[in-house]
Design a binder for this molecule. Sequence first.
Ligand SMILES: Cc1ncc(COP(=O)(O)O)c(C=O)c1O
Length: 398
Amino acid sequence: MSHFAAVVGVPGDPILGLLDAYRADPNPAKLDLGVGVYKDASGLTPIPRAVKLAERRLVDGETTKTYIGGHGAPEFGERLQQLVLGADSTLLRDGLAGATQTPGGTGALRLAGEFIARNLPGRGIWLSDPTWPIHEPLFAACGLRVEHYPYVGADNRLDVDAMLDALQRVPAGDVVLLHACCHNPTGFDLAPRDWKRVLEVVKARELLPLLDFAYQGFGDGLVEDAWAVRLFAAELPELLITSSCSKNFGLYRERTGALLLRAESSAKLADVRSQLALLARGLWSTPPSHGAAVVAEILGDAELRALWSAELDDMRRRVANLRSGLVEALRPHGLTERFAHVAQQRGMFSYTGLTAAQVARLRDEFSVYLVGSGRASVAGMSEERLDYLAGAIARVCE
Ligand SMILES: Cc1ncc(COP(=O)(O)O)c(C=O)c1O
């Protein structure tokens, strides 16, 4: 008997498939706007200097490799919560918030999904349409009912009214996932007045928000990007936040993140945390240590923190300049208006509004690789190549 005879293959991740095609393309003019990682002007995903310095200290100072606890390193949890909720957060002072260290933001999402599935039976989870492609299979794998609310309309604009209209009809108690900033894949973020309207619906419908915070510092700044998270944490008695250190600390492969939790009382916080520790034990036992130790070291040291924050500012500015640079480069082609949204969007990604057919032509005729939905990873562009890219876009838009 063959044990594996009935196992069928499934297609690989389409974005990674795109990367393979890019690598195999011999055209020296090729551009990779597919994969969602930050790249510097030389096309490298750099290790921030602050990270390197912290790592050196850790290598010298580390005395043991024994397990860290189920919730991870306490100093990581405390400092990350201060970064997310604010150093002066009354929730932290009053013991109403906690952090569980996870393998990346994805681990935090999985832990949140398992917690909801096991401890809040019958709840569905509502995702924006579109959303990060991993959200749906991840929550489905937890056994959750996965639903969608509209976010970007067919005209490639944020449709807040449609979103609110849908949220008003969500069954009371369901979970609504919101991208805290730098929406992936669209780059369209809610304005403060929109967040307030969403908050009102969340309160009225008694929904539980799960704020996915994977790009703190990539939108408008570390504090600015936390605005909605802090508003929700101040206004709601219960909240889940998934925080990722992959992009803002450049720690992608070190799998560093946390599930943050705001509860109504410190006794309830302890109850929920005990459930999270139990679930984490069955998922990954204890979290990986290195990335979190790096983050704790940086956030706990004024000099390293200042260096990291300046490096993050540079990354954010580079992406913002590429956005406005592309719109400018499209000016001679008469396309500035049509692509003005690219400069207004935030974070690593842009829903360009290019159709699947135009994306295919960009790839086949110009070796410019982006995802079929028209999502471009802006950090994959470079200043010197903007004219080439603008020319290619103009040709496929003729
Ligand atoms: C919206 C969103 N959430 C979560 C993540 C998780 O990132 P990681 O698991 O690498 O920390 C990502 C990464 O691309 C993301 O875009």
